[in-house]
Every structure is written in structure tokens, then in C-alpha cells.
Design a protein around this ligand. Sequence first.
Ligand code: HEM
Length: 119
Amino acid sequence: MELVYSTLVVAHFIGLAAIVGPFLVQMRKNGDFAIAAVFGGAITQLVSGLLLVGVAEMGDGDLNHIKIGVKLVIALLVFVAALLGWLRARKSGNDRSIKKFFHAAGGLALINVVLAVFW
Ligand code: HEM
């Protein structure tokens, strides 16, 4: 189980990088956002996070459920922002109109990092 948990933590960090990396690199841009990477990262965070909770609960996991609940709500908002941005980029082009979704997803993910570490 230890190996499964560690593998999920690695996936959780890769998903985090896929959201925050493009955001930090492209936050000043006005088009051609890596919104597909952010969307993939958002899915990865939801799936790996929920599986981490499941595996922790099977063991002696002593999770802070309020913290997990708040992180889940924020991760869902990240997912919705990334999904809307990704859909719009496919339909009407990856232009300045994607910026608000890109920034919402990146900014909220950063809030989740701070919550994960400091709470
Ligand atoms: C954008 C979304 C998310 C980000 C940026 C994020 C970020 C992080 C970070 C940085 C850590 C490592 C913290 C540490 O080891 O001190 C972590 C751990 C963890 N996250 Fe997330 N997370 C996200 C979504 C979620 C979701 C949706 C869940 C579950 C519903 C979740 C559950 C967990 C769990 C169980 C751990 C392991 C805690 C531990 O072993 O100490 N995360 N997350």
C-alpha cells in the first residue's frame, strides 16, 4: 500500500505541475495558452487526490476531513475553469478570451498548494 500511496503522491505532484507550470510561464500572454495541459492537470488532481484519500482511509490514515473537503471544492472549481477554457479554445480559438479561465485555474490551484502545505 505504501508503494501505491507514493505513486499517487507522484501523480498528484505531476498534476500540480501541469496546472501551475503553464500558469507561471504564460500568465502575461494574451493567447496560445497551454489550456489542455491545465485541463489534464485538473483531472489528474481530482482523480489522484480522491484515490489518495481512499488509500489513506484503508490504512491508519489520519486525514483532516475539513481540509480535504475545502481542497476538493477548490479542485472542482479549477476543473470547471479549465474545462470551460478548453472547450472555448476548441470552439472559437485560443485567444485572449481564454485568459480568465487560465488565470482562475492557475490561481485557485496555487491556493490549494498553500492550503495543502500550511493547514
Ligand atoms: C488543484 C488541486 C490540488 C492541488 C494543487 C493539491 C496540492 C497538494 C500538495 C502540494 C500536496 C502535498 C502536501 C504535503 O505533502 O505536505 C497534496 C497532498 C494531498 N492532497 Fe492534494 N491537491 C489538490 C487536490 C486534491 C484533492 C481534490 C484531494 C482529495 C479530495 C486531495 C487530497 C490530498 C491528499 C490526501 C494529500 C496527501 C496528504 C498527506 O499525505 O499528507 N488533493 N496536495
